[in-house]
Design a protein around this ligand. Structure first.
Ligand SMILES: [Mg+2]
Length: 296
């Protein structure tokens, strides 16, 4: 029966030479040659079987892709370039070598598309469910990282794509907006975040960090066809799906008015008064967050 070392050997055979990693895999730590004068941005994100994916429903390759893409999306949100990743997988004992290989292949495919290299990792098996963790290392390469702290009263609020209903499948198959994030950062965005928890949670996060408020124009919020399809099945409106569903992985950002050729659509304005509001047909009401939050 194949064991952990068969998998590690297989992973090593997959690795390509690179200018970033000084050594082939096989030592206790990877050694990276980091470009002089560039910043290193670091993030980590974990995915739990039964919460972020379902190992009975989703293919291991799709699970691997999503695990990597969530981290690549965080790079997009700061306008930085993903350079390297370190991954861990806790596999459910008895799932087999092929499942692990497919999961790793999914992670590597997603990373390859963005020029990011998996430079290290760890694996183990246990009686528990699958847990996949990716640590991402990003670099700026000449672009100042965009944070959640810079939104100014009067800035426009933009979103790069339609929202809602990602649970119908897009939460597994989305493409991280890395190139858009770079363009937005270079255009002079004042703040940015990727929409993982839903607009009604992520916009307040951004506003709190910037010490500002926001007013959204309901008629301008782009609603995904999935939100409409989902609304036909449940009692929730397409707009509520667009506002509250998580895992869209579009970018939400702010920029001063008058900057042209920005990706996405204008959906609102940053205000000096705190609080996030919805404006619809001359009526203004407070936006109550209903997006995803892990209970403890
Ligand atoms: Mg994020």
């Amino acid at each position: 029966m194949p064991g952990e070392f068969d998998f590690i050997q297989w992973v090593r055979a997959q690795q390509k030479p690179s200018t970033l990693a000084l050594l082939p895999a096989g030592d206790d730590l990877a050694i990276l040659r980091w470009p002089a004068n560039d910043l290193l941005l670091v993030g980590v994100d974990q995915m739990l079987d039964g919460v972020h994916f379902d190992s009975n429903l989703h293919t291991p390759r799709a699970i691997g892709r999503k695990a990597m893409n969530r981290n690549l999306s965080d790079c997009a949100a700061m306008g930085c370039l993903p350079a390297a990743a370190v991954t861990t997988v806790a596999s459910h004992r008895g799932s087999g070598l092929l499942f692990l290989q497919e999961l790793y292949t999914g992670m590597r495919e997603a990373a390859d598309l963005q020029g990011c290299q998996i430079v290290g990792g760890d694996t183990g098996s246990w009686e528990g469910k699958w847990v996949v963790t990716v640590t991402i290392l990003g670099r700026c390469e000449g672009v100042t990282p965009i944070t959640r702290r810079g939104a100014q009263p009067g800035d426009g609020i933009f979103v790069t794509g339609p929202l809602g209903g990602s649970i119908l499948g897009r939460h597994m198959t989305f493409e991280p907006c890395v190139a858009e994030g770079r363009r937005i950062a270079m255009a002079g965005a004042t703040s940015m975040i990727d929409l993982s928890d839903g607009l009604s949670r992520d916009l307040p996060h951004l506003c709190e960090q910037s010490g500002v408020g926001a007013i959204l124009d309901v008629s301008a919020i782009p609603i995904h066809a999935d939100a409409i399809r989902l609304a036909a099945r449940d009692s929730v409106s397409p707009l509520d799906h667009a506002l509250h569903d998580g895992e869209d992985y579009e970018l939400l950002y702010t920029c001063r008015r008058g900057v042209s050729k920005l990706p996405g659509v204008l959906i609102g304005t940053i205000t000096e008064n705190t609080g996030v509001f919805l404006s619809q047909a001359a009526r203004v009401e407070r936006l109550v967050p209903k997006g995803w939050e892990h209970s403890l």
